[in-house]
Design a protein around this ligand. Structure first.
Ligand code: F0G
Length: 355
């Protein structure tokens, strides 16, 4: 295994695809040591796995190389999804590569600009629903069932098979099993995928412990956190989720049951963060670590800051935060937070006067 380059397909024996895959060299993303933020929090072993470095700028590419390859393997010729943005961008990219038409349903007015731009440019049929993501998912599900279209949301198990590789890579890059893996949670697919993969590695004897699976949600969309903290057997759906982290603006996570099991069985935890805490961490990652992520991604590290401040973490823990999508996905939220560029006359005097 060590002789193969680090990528999703390095782990092909753990994946169900039996044809030549539809691939754009996804995975193999960097694992960065968060030196300064770790120092601030008293966590010398804090890392970020930067999934924004995938071909379309998010972890969804790991699932889509699998999902679109499986669509081909199963003889399907149209793919569809509902999305808060990244799934649609990624699906459009891989459908383009495969030469397949794709249909995406988006919650109108709540998808970051970069993601819509990607879906449009890569040639998906893009439809905005006057409703939220949860309604868009119900609708696309119905469309796919009644019209034989291949659904590529994370209800599709093959998507999660690809996303398992985040955990494999984290172990390989760190050289051991991290004590904790922290993920921003929306539809709860990714946390379930990472957990499934690491259970498989434990079952074949590659590793002998599992990390504490830790879910972070935005305060305005936190059904999984509520279920964990309230010790409920299942999540209570939130009707009106709201957060600046539009990627995880989800009230009815379809993979919640699996996510709850992952957290319980690894003695992990779940925590919520406010929009202000998310944005503060987005800025800190950018300015202290040189890591540019979208708001939902900053939620994982913001959650660790909160748990550290509450004294919930052992300082010796090796912690991997998955930062899920690139800064450029959501330029509007960035611009709103930063002072605009200073415009000057084209003279050296003017330049010096503002520096
Ligand atoms: N981070 C980002 C940047 C995302 O785009 C998503 C989900 C998540 C985290 C949460 O992952 O749903 O597996 O718990 N985005 C989906 C989408 C819903 O449509 O792009 P999850």
């Amino acid at each position: 295994l060590n002789q193969r380059p680090i990528s999703v397909w390095r782990y092909k024996e753990f994946l169900p695809v039996r044809i030549e895959p539809v691939t754009l060299q996804e995975g193999g993303t960097p694992l960065y040591h968060l030196k300064k933020i770790g120092e601030e929090l008293g966590l010398p072993n804090l890392y970020a796995k930067h999934e924004g470095m995938n071909p379309s700028g998010s972890f969804k590419d790991r699932g889509m190389t699998l999902g679109v390859s499986m669509a081909k393997q199963l003889g399907k010729n149209i793919v569809a999804c509902a999305s808060t943005g990244n799934t649609s961008a990624s699906m459009a990219v891989y459908a383009a590569k495969a030469g397949m038409p794709s249909v995406v349903l988006l919650p109108a007015g709540h998808v970051a600009l970069g993601k819509v731009a990607q879906a449009l440019m890569h040639g998906a049929k893009v439809i905005s629903i006057r409703g939220n993501f949860d309604r868009a998912l119900e609708m696309v599900h119905e469309l796919c069932v009644s019209h034989g279209i291949y659904l590529l949301n994370s209800i599709n198990p093959y998507r999660l098979e690809g996303q398992k590789t985040i955990g494999f890579e984290a172990v390989d890059q760190l050289g051991c099993v991290p004590d904790r893996i922290v993920l921003p949670v929306g539809n709860a697919g990714n946390i379930s995928a990472v957990y499934k993969g690491l259970c498989e590695w434990r079952d074949v004897g590659f590793i002998d412990t599992l990390p504490m699976m830790t879910a972070i949600q935005a305060e305005g969309a936190m059904p999984v956190v509520n279920a964990i903290k309230g010790n409920l057997p299942e999540v209570v759906v939130e009707q009106n989720p709201e957060t600046v982290a539009s990627a995880i603006r989800i009230g009815a996570p379809v993979n919640a049951e699996k996510a709850l099991r992952a957290i319980h069985e690894t003695k992990g935890t779940a925590e919520s963060v406010t929009d202000a805490e998310i944005l503060a961490m987005q800025r800190d990652l950018a300015r202290y670590e040189g890591i540019g992520v979208e708001p939902a991604s900053a939620a994982s590290v913001a959650g660790i800051r909160k748990l550290a401040e509450q004294g919930m973490l052992d300082p010796r823990e090796k912690i991997v935060c998955v930062v899920t999508g690139h800064l450029l996905k959501d330029p509007e939220t960035v611009i709103k937070q930063c002072a605009p560029p200073i415009e000057i006359d084209p003279t050296i005097e003017a330049l010096l006067s503002v520096l």
